[in-house]
Design a protein around this ligand. Structure first.
Ligand SMILES: Nc1ncnc2c1ncn2[C@@H]1O[C@H](COP(=O)(O)OP(=O)(O)OP(=O)(O)O)[C@@H](O)[C@H]1O
Ligand SMILES: [Mg+2]
Length: 600
């Protein structure tokens, strides 16, 4: 199947820094470009502060030599203390400016990345969302970008700092105490690298533990979300068992993790400090033989510790940077993908006018996610502007699919759909969709006020127009009964609206949009007789003077339709008015109608 590598979003294995990864990293640098001067100055300051930092071990050694009267310089202790204070102040100032500059670059740059990713996501074609999991898309915007942010705000700077410290430290030691430096270079890096390998093993255990824990948390949130199902099916015991099992797994992994950490502690104490002490011992011997001064030994040991830290840090930061580059790959995939519409502020007036004449010409369709099944098998029909047509037929026949193709959610695999004689794919998608409104069966409202939800149909609508639309939609009645009226918050943290109320808000939204073409997908099927009457009235108001396509399971609601198409298995099997279809003795329309009237 045509599953592209794009959409599976698996973690990339961390490897070496390849040319490809470098290219990806460079791609992301376009987001830094506007702030490059801050970055460049920050880098210079970083360089300076790292060098200044390297003066501390030297100065502490120097003070000891001065105290013992063995310094090459004619300085007093007070002089040395003053210099140290000065260096401290300079170091503080530089560090402060450097952190602020880097933060500026990363905050602003990452904000740009987030905005760019979101605006790309939202313009992606429907098929993209069908192929990706929502959770994965959200995680690209949150955790992947966060990883990039960390890399930028902290890791990159630290990485560079450690390199500077490492190089300057080694150069310094090689110049001042070459013999000790050689011994140190022969032993210390080996130990540090060993420690890093060990550390990586422990991190893997830690990740495993995180994963098990996440799974356990998943069970909790699933159970809470589906709490009604859990209780209705009395599965409390089963859920508890399921949760208990994952928690037991967490404990097993955690203990293995603890074991690793404990061993690591022993390793650090014996081997790492052992190595350090060996070098100190060697230094002490040289001091005894008068080959170096006490001050030199002190600065040497300090440098060694710092260099050891730098080597260890480099390994960690390197891994983190590679991880961040892996995260950029997923971000970059979205950024470089082709959106279906260009993102622009809509013009006040529509650029094109449509009457709403619709023609399907031999339309065949397969969903891109299921290319082996032909869902529509040659659909042809015509609707004059202002007509009401109805689609009926058994579940899975393809009715919703027909409507979705008209919204340009997908492109027919064969055939053409015309509106006012134009192939809809030759019309600008955003402009085209301005003339279509849909009232779906399951209305999802946005969290926010009722006003905002109605205004979604036309963001520049006035208060009067909103109230007018709510009245036409038969929604004003219940809205005005809420204490907060239009300002009532709906959704999870507000009033929960009934199915029929939500539908009427969706209808008000469609009325406000004032489209040439109106699509109703089974808008009345989930309502009781009373609310159905109110909603039906609202719909009749809405359908005035527009081309309407209604998908209805309740045949009673479509008696007045100008044309009715009976869809079965991706084909139109019957068409006509209610009266003419009712004449066909063994027709599908009749059998559907019979079934309904029997069941009422
Ligand atoms: N996004 C999708 N990806 C793949 N296949 C789909 C998708 N949506 C629908 N289908 C398949 O296309 C066929 C037609 O579905 P459609 O939703 O158009 O039926 P329908 O006539 O609207 O049915 P119902 O009356 O139950 O709403 C079904 O076999 C369905 O499984
Ligand atoms: Mg449907």
């Amino acid at each position: 199947m045509g599953r592209r590598k794009h959409f599976d979003g698996k973690d990339q294995p961390l490897g070496l820094l390849t040319k490809d990864k470098l290219r990806q990293a460079l791609y992301m640098f376009q987001f830094v470009r506007p702030y490059r001067w801050s970055l460049i100055i920050g880098l210079v300051l970083l360089f300076l502060s790292s060098l200044v930092f390297m003066a501390f071990p030297y100065l502490s050694g120097l003070m000891i030599d001065i105290a013992q009267g063995k310094s090459k310089f004619e300085w007093t202790l007070a002089d040395a203390g003053l210099i140290l204070l000065l260096v401290l102040l300079v170091q503080g100032g530089i560090s402060y400016s450097r952190v602020m500059l880097f933060s500026r670059v990363s905050e602003l740059g990452i904000a740009d990345v987030r905005k760019a990713v979101f605006s790309k996501l939202i313009t992606m074609p429907m098929v993209f969302f069908e192929k990706s999991r929502t959770g994965e898309l959200v995680s690209r915007l949150t955790s992947d970008v966060e990883r990039l942010y960390n890399a930028f705000s902290i890791t990159l700077a630290e990485f560079i700092r450690q390199i500077i410290i490492l190089l300057s430290g080694i150069v310094f030691l090689a110049l001042t105490t070459p013999r000790l430096a050689l011994i140190m270079l022969a032993t210390f890096p080996v130990i540090v690298v060993l420690a890093m390998v060990f550390g990586r093993f422990i991190r893997r255990l830690s990740r495993e533990r995180q994963k098990e824990l996440a799974q356990a948390n998943n069970i909790v949130s699933e159970a809470m979300q589906a709490i009604q199902a859990v209780k209705a099916f009395t599965n409390e015991w089963y859920e508890t068992l399921r949760y208990g099992k994952t928690i037991d797994r967490v404990v097993r992994v955690s203990l293995r993790y603890a074991h690793g950490r404990a061993l690591f502690g022993v390793f650090i104490i014996t081997v790492l400090f052992g190595g350090l002490f060996f070098i100190i011992w060697e230094g002490a011997r040289m001091l005894q033989h008068g080959e170096i001064t006490a001050g030199q030994l002190v600065s040497f040991v300090s440098y060694t510790a710092i260099i050891g830290g730098a080597i260890a840090g480099l390994g960690n930061f390197y891994t983190e940077l590679l991880g961040a580059i892996g995260a950029t790959e997923r971000i970059r995939e979205i950024l470089q993908a082709e959106g279906e519409v260009a993102l622009k502020r809509p013009s006040a007036q529509p650029q094109i006018q449509l009457q709403g004449r619709i023609a399907y010409e031999q339309v065949h369709f397969r969903y891109p996610t299921r290319p082996d099944v032909e869902v529509l098998k040659g659909i042809s029909f015509q609707v004059e502007a202002g007509q009401k047509v109805a689609l009926v037929g058994p579940s899975g026949a393809g009715k919703s699919t027909i409507v979705q193709l008209l919204l340009k959610f997908h492109k027919p695999t064969q055939g053409v759909i015309r509106v006012d004689g134009h192939d809809i794919f030759s019309i600008d998608t955003t402009e085209y969709r301005r003339h279509i409104a849909i009232v779906p069966q399951e209305v999802l409202l946005f969290g926010g006020t009722i006003r905002e939800n109605i205004q979604y149909g036309r963001p520049d609508a006035t208060e009067g127009e909103i109230v007018e639309a709510a009245k036409k939609a038969n929604a004003w009645e219940f809205i005005s009964h809420f204490p907060d009226g239009l300002d009532t918050i709906v959704g999870e943290r507000g009033v929960k609206l009934s199915g029929g109320q939500r539908q009427r808000i969706a209808i008000a939204r469609a009325i406000l949009k004032d489209p040439a073409i109106l699509l109703l997908d089974e808008a009345t099927s989930s309502l009781d007789a009373e609310s159905e009457k109110v909603v039906q009235e609202a719909l009749n108001n809405l359908m005035q003077g527009r081309t309407s396509i209604i998908i209805a399971h309740r045949l009673a609601t479509i008696r007045e339709a100008d044309q009715i198409f009976v869809i079965d298995d991706g084909r139109i099997v019957e068409q006509g008015t209610h009266e003419s279809l009712a004449q066909i003795p063994n027709g599908m329309y009749n059998s559907l109608a019979r079934l309904q009237f029997e069941s009422v």
